[in-house]
Design a protein around this ligand. Structure first.
Ligand code: S3P
Ligand code: PEP
Length: 430
């Protein structure tokens, strides 16, 4: 995809539904009794992979592509059926880690894997605590990565544990909370900083007993979950590209409607505020325990900021676009404590720094983040997205303000989380 320097962004947009909440709607809906109707479901490749895995486990799921609506016929905690074929999660880390927790609670064995990116992402972070709960789960190639085999015949029941997670990861926390539904006794997870809490909010909405105190979450086993109707807000991780575009392209004024602003996800809004951005929140609402708002974003003069510590998990997927924003901010931006970026769909620290350097930015990688001296004009370049959707979209926005053409390789990977991204971007500028 070739991106050219473009016009201001004007008008309004609604971005697709939140990816994290869409995954959880399918999973928790499948384990609930009765129908779960999910509106504004994200029909991106990752969430479709979750649907495909649950269909293989015997759950009827109807997809209305036109209306972005998914209906799941839940069969209760013990309603999944054995699957002899290997379950394939494609590119989705959320699917493999959360599903592994659920599969460890079943009385049948499973094999689960994904694409080459998934097969190189760390799974020890879930294998270690799941084994402590009594699960018989192994990395088939003994390299701490997928494929994973879950042998449920040897260990009929899980026991609740209190796990002190070394990483602030919603995927680890959610994996254990979902396994905890099948355990004897309560399951508790303490994390070094609070990660996104969509699992906790949705489980509570469906009838589970979940408590969160500071950095610790606990779940009681064997709840009776009841199917619900959910309206998913727009994904703030997808909105982030348009927030950034409107902030950096002169004369832009954009309304992004119905964006999820759950505080465990909204770190990018705080960072933009610290940078001096003109963003107004309007029409704040709550649905299914999740907050949303319309965001009115105007072009702004930005300044560099320091980002690190407990805010990092609340904006982890937005760091590629925050790095782009920082190139247009006056002064230095330092991003620390973001080493988790190295184990996403690509090594996002290296890929951001490589590609922004190619465009002429003053940027350097550090062990746990990067340092950017803003204000150097960017020029077009060939961008290797490494098939990482967040990289492809962040550099499309950088390309809007670069002199000359920006050529994004493998740009079709945006379909992982935002299939209509390029169409929406072009529409806003006409
Ligand atoms: O739980 C989730 O839905 C997610 C958690 C985050 O990963 P980690 O838990 O690995 O930080 C995030 O990067 C991912 O895009 C989605
Ligand atoms: C890291 C991401 O997703 P996942 O871990 O589910 O692959 C992402 O969407 O940026």
């Amino acid at each position: 995809m070739i991106i050219k320097k473009r016009n201001p962004l004007k008008g309004y947009i609604t971005v697709p539904g939140d990816k994290s909440i869409s995954h959880r709607g399918v999973m928790i809906g499948a384990l609930a009794n009765g129908k779960t109707e999910v509106n504004h479901f994200l029909l991106g490749e990752d969430c479709l992979a979750t649907i495909s895995c649950f269909r293989r486990l015997g759950i009827n799921i109807d997809i209305d592509f036109q209306n972005e609506k998914v209906v799941i016929e839940g069969k209760g905690l013990d309603g999944l059926k054995a699957q002899n074929d290997i379950l394939n999660v494609g590119n989705s880390g959320t699917t493999i880690r959360l599903m592994s927790g659920i599969l460890c609670g079943q009385n049948f064995s499973s094999l689960i894997t994904g694409d080459s990116s998934i097969q190189s992402r760390p799974m020890k972070r879930i294998l270690t605590p799941l084994k402590q709960m009594g699960a018989d789960i192994e990395s088939l190639n003994h390299n701490g990565c997928a494929p994973l085999s879950i042998n449920s015949s040897k260990c009929p029941s899980l026991k609740g544990i209190h796990y002190n997670s070394p990483v602030a990861s919603a995927q680890v926390k959610s994996c254990l909370l979902l396994a905890g539904l099948y355990a004897e006794g309560d399951t508790l997870v303490t994390e070094p900083a609070i990660s996104r809490n969509h699992t906790e909010l949705m489980l509570t909405n469906f009838g589970a007993e979940v408590k969160s105190i500071d950095n610790t979450v606990s779940v009681k086993p064997r709840p009776s979950l009841t199917g619900r109707k959910i309206d998913i807000p727009g994904d703030i991780s997808s909105a982030a590209y348009f927030i950034a575009a409107a902030l950096i392209v002169p004369n832009s004024e954009l309304l992004i409607k119905n964006v999820g602003i759950n505080p465990t996800r909204a770190g990018i809004l705080k960072v933009c505020q610290m940078m001096g951005a003109d963003i107004k929140l309007e029409n704040i609402k709550e649905n299914g325990n999740e907050l949303s708002a319309d965001l009115l974003v105007r072009h702004s003069n930005l300044k560099g900021v320091n980002i690190g510590g407990s805010i990092i998990p609340t904006l982890i997927d937005e760091i590629p676009i925050i790095a782009v924003l920082s190139c247009f901010a006056k002064g230095r931006t330092v991003i620390r404590d973001a080493q988790e970026l190295k184990v996403k769909e690509s090594n996002r620290i290296d890929v951001i720094v490589d590609n922004l350097s190619r465009m002429g930015a003053d940027i350097e990688a550090t062990d746990d983040g990067m340092i950017i001296n803003g204000g150097k004009p960017l020029h077009g370049a060939t961008i290797d997205s490494k098939m990482d959707h967040r990289i492809a979209m962040a550099f499309a926005i950088a390309g809007l303000m670069a002199d000359g053409d920006t050529n994004i390789l493998d740009s079709e990977c945006v379909a992982i989380s935002y299939p209509g991204f390029f169409k929406d971007l072009i529409n806003l500028q006409n």
